[in-house]
Design a binder for this molecule. Structure first.
Ligand code: 8YV
Length: 315
């Protein structure tokens, strides 16, 4: 039987490339000089798209592929996939939930601790010789006992909250309604109210048109000059211009960010700020998790082409 043809939107680790190339004929869009011409030349043969959470598949791409059957996303977030266009063409969509949840939560908590305790600045203090010449590092802020907000008590929000509970933090959260598993934590319906009650605000919402800029000027200012935003979801959940202005003017204390508008070409204003911790969208970036994500991308494609149920369907 001939192999199904798959359009590969971005690179994967070598171990995924090997198994995908074995099972399918992979067309490497990301290596093409002229992407439109590349797609056009192969359009009729392509039955699947293998993409990533950060790259997705837009309407133009989906509509350019008349025989497309499935889009397999390497990532839990599918906000970059045009689901309306996929639905219209009867295209199935899969993602990689669960396998990355704990790694994303780990990094979010590590970012909060790093920023609150000044771990990077303190290391530079040692390396630059200031410890010996100037004395101890300036005092920082504690996290234990402090109020913390989780915006979005989904799978990742829950794992973040569990970890913060172990740090004796006072957990508040916003979701569509109170969650029955969260009875020890305080539900606050309104994001601005949530921000006004806490010192640290984790953004853990799945991004959609409805959540765009949910962390806007009002939420940021309610968090205030002592507050910290930690974003491990999607940049679109935060109004980045408002965030940059507030960080610059001191209306917001600090931010720890794994996601950015236009990443990896992030706004250069971030690079000048002293009160930010910047990470290269790698919250799921452990070997173990990335292997599990790659396996799900592959296994969903195989299941589809063998006529079996999808493992982790979105659509
Ligand atoms: C990326 C992510 O997919 O899961 C998601 O939604 O954004 C990430 O895991 C990963 O960085 C690969 O691009």
């Amino acid at each position: 039987m001939s192999k199904a043809e798959i359009l590969q939107v971005g690179p994967y680790p070598e171990w995924d490339e090997v198994v995908l190339n074995k099972a399918f004929t992979m067309h490497r869009l990301f290596e093409a000089d002229d992407r439109d011409a590349f797609v056009k030349a192969r359009a009729d043969g392509i039955r699947g798209i293998a993409t990533r959470g950060d790259l997705g598949a837009g309407r133009d791409l989906i509509e350019a592929l008349p025989n497309l059957e499935i889009i397999s996303v390497y990532g839990v977030g599918f906000d970059a996939v045009d689901l309306d266009a996929a639905k219209k063409q009867n295209v199935r969509v899969t993602n990689t939930p669960d396998v990355l949840t704990k790694d994303v939560a780990d990094l979010g908590v590590a970012m909060m601790l790093t920023q609150a305790r000044g771990i990077i600045g303190a290391q530079n203090w040692v390396k630059d010789g200031h410890w010996a010449s100037k004395g101890g590092y300036p005092l920082r802020t504690r996290v234990h006992g402090k109020p913390v907000g989780i915006l979005g008590m989904g799978r990742i929000g829950f794992e973040v909250a569990r970890r913060l509970a172990a740090f004796d933090m006072d957990i508040h959260y916003t979701d569509l309604g109170p969650r029955d598993f969260a009875e020890d934590w305080t539900f606050v319906a309104d994001p601005v109210e949530l921000a006004s009650r806490v010192d640290y605000l984790f953004v853990t919402l799945a991004a959609s048109a409805a959540t765009r800029h949910i962390v806007g000027k009002d939420v940021i200012e309610a968090l205030g000059p002592e507050g910290m935003v930690i974003n491990i979801s999607r940049a679109a959940n935060v109004d980045e211009a408002a965030l940059l202005d507030a960080l610059d003017s001191g209306k917001l204390g600090s931010a720890a960010l794994d996601v950015f508008d236009g990443e990896p070409a992030i706004d250069p204003r971030f690079l000048k700020l002293k009160n930010v911790l910047l990470q290269p969208h790698h919250a799921s970036g452990t070997v173990e998790t990335r292997k599990a994500m790659g396996k799900l991308v592959h296994d969903n494609l195989i299941a589809h082409f063998e006529g079996r149920d999808l493992l982790t369907p979105v659509l």
